[in-house]
Design a protein. Structure first.
Lengths: 302, 128
């Protein structure tokens, strides 16, 4: 991901301009420091007004607003965004679990930008040319800050999503031995080609380690299937046969049954049973088990 | 690489230890079809646990072998196909159709026991 590189506060064509801009920024910073309390309060008020950060209390908003404000002014002064980047990451880490959305974070930073700009308008309203130059210095820096915070937040979010996907992937394919030589593989959720590959791998490995003879694959929890995945399923069934195991597929929904027939997957060799219960009964029959209830007394039978 | 063929009771066990060339495979096929008659074996087990590749020629030879041995009056079972090998075989369309497969040697023996018992029972019933 692209990092935002620190640059000089404002890129300018000539050195005299650069000096002028630097001087303006210094003036700007001292103005913002001077009016810190008032501007900060104004900002916090506008955040509440705009109904942003509703997941946080007023005090929390004010505390965060203070840190962001100070960071903001520091960046305007030094032009180095590293500290702000670190702060944005840290902030994101704290507020993402509380359900703060991207638009809220971008919103509050843009609000601060607006609050500060308005205070500048007020201060320089008598001298239009000077106001223009101050804004020339202020705008690029402010944009960069907004950018840094938003990117930091989104990156943190993406990192969390990636971690969660990883976790889901690990949890998503249990291979469960229910009886000696009988495995059950319940599949829940959408199967994408990557997950299909992983399923096959785990199933074949499970057959070997558990010395399974019969495997029941239950796809009750699979909402839909495409031709790639359907073919993969058929290949898995055939691979399992090469390892000497019989596969029973259960819980094909009407939609999946229709899809499979429509796309013309060869299901001749697939052993399918209506539901998981039927599948287990069939598997027990294949393995030579006979299950009957303990409570059934001889008299009841007679 | 010569594949040793072991006689174990009524069965022959061919245990492949390393990758085989096409010639080796044909030699194995010839030796097995020959020995099934010599020892009056009821079943043949091909153990391919050590193989990490099965190409189309090997698969076809094994399928043919199974049919030939059937014609000589015995059953064939292929055991020990590795999970990765199995899946790549299926992806290449090499499904060993009509050939019995089992997880390992033990399973293969159990399969043959069951199969030959069933045949024996059928013959006995016919006699009666």
């Amino acid at each position: 991901m692209p990092e935002i590189k620190p640059r000089r506060p404002v890129p300018t064509p000539t050195s005299s301009d650069a000096e002028g801009t630097a001087a303006l920024l210094r003036e700007l910073v001292s103005h913002l420091r001077g009016n810190r309390t008032q501007l900060r309060e104004e900002w916090a008020r506008r955040i509440t007004e705009a109904k942003l950060l509703t997941a946080m209390t007023k005090e929390e908003i004010f505390a965060e607003a203070t840190s962001i404000y100070d960071n903001y002014v520091d960046v305007l002064e030094t032009g180095a965004v590293e500290a702000l980047q670190a702060y944005a990451r840290n902030l994101s880490e704290r507020i993402i679990p509380r359900g703060v959305e991207t638009h809220e974070v971008v919103g509050i930073v843009l609000l601060l930008r607006d609050v500060l700009a308005r205070s500048l308008f007020e201060k320089y309203q008598s001298d239009f040319a000077l106001l223009n130059r101050v804004l020339d210095a202020y705008e690029p820096a402010a944009n960069r800050i907004a950018n840094t915070v938003a990117v930091g937040f989104v990156q943190e979010r993406e990192r969390i999503i990636r971690e969660q996907q990883e976790a889901i992937r690990e949890l998503s394919t249990p291979v469960l031995p229910v009886r000696e030589r009988l495995l059950i593989l319940p599949i829940i959720g959408v199967i994408d080609p990557q997950r299909a590959r992983q399923l096959t791998e785990q199933l074949l490995r499970g057959i070997r380690t558990n010395r399974a003879k019969v495997v029941v694959i239950d796809i009750t929890g699979v909402p839909s299937i495409d031709s790639t995945v359907a073919n993969h399923l058929v290949q898995t069934v055939e691979s399992a046969r090469l390892l000497g195991a019989t596969v029973i597929v259960t819980g094909l929904s009407p939609e999946i049954a229709q899809t499979l027939v429509t796309i013309g997957v060869d299901l001749g060799k697939m052993n399918t049973v209506g539901d998981l219960r039927g599948g287990i009964e069939e598997a027990e029959r294949l393995l030579g088990y006979k299950v009957h209830p303990l409570t059934e007394s001889p008299t009841a039978q007679a | 690489m010569v594949v040793p063929i072991l006689k174990q009771g009524q069965y022959l066990i061919a245990s492949v230890q390393a990758a085989l060339t096409d010639t080796d495979l044909l030699k194995l096929r010839d030796a097995l079809t020959e020995q099934v008659g010599t020892y009056r074996s009821r079943g043949v087990i091909m153990d391919v646990t050590a193989l990490d590749v099965m190409d189309s020629f090997a698969c076809r030879t094994l399928s043919d072998l199974a049919v030939m041995i059937k014609l000589r009056g015995a059953e064939t079972v292929i055991v020990g196909i590795q999970p990765e090998v199995a899946f790549s075989m299926v992806q290449l369309g090499l499904k060993l159709e009509g050939v019995a497969t089992a997880l390992d040697l033990e399973e293969g023996l159990a399969y043959l026991d069951q199969k030959t018992k069933r045949v024996a029972r059928a013959i006995n019933e016919q006699k009666r």
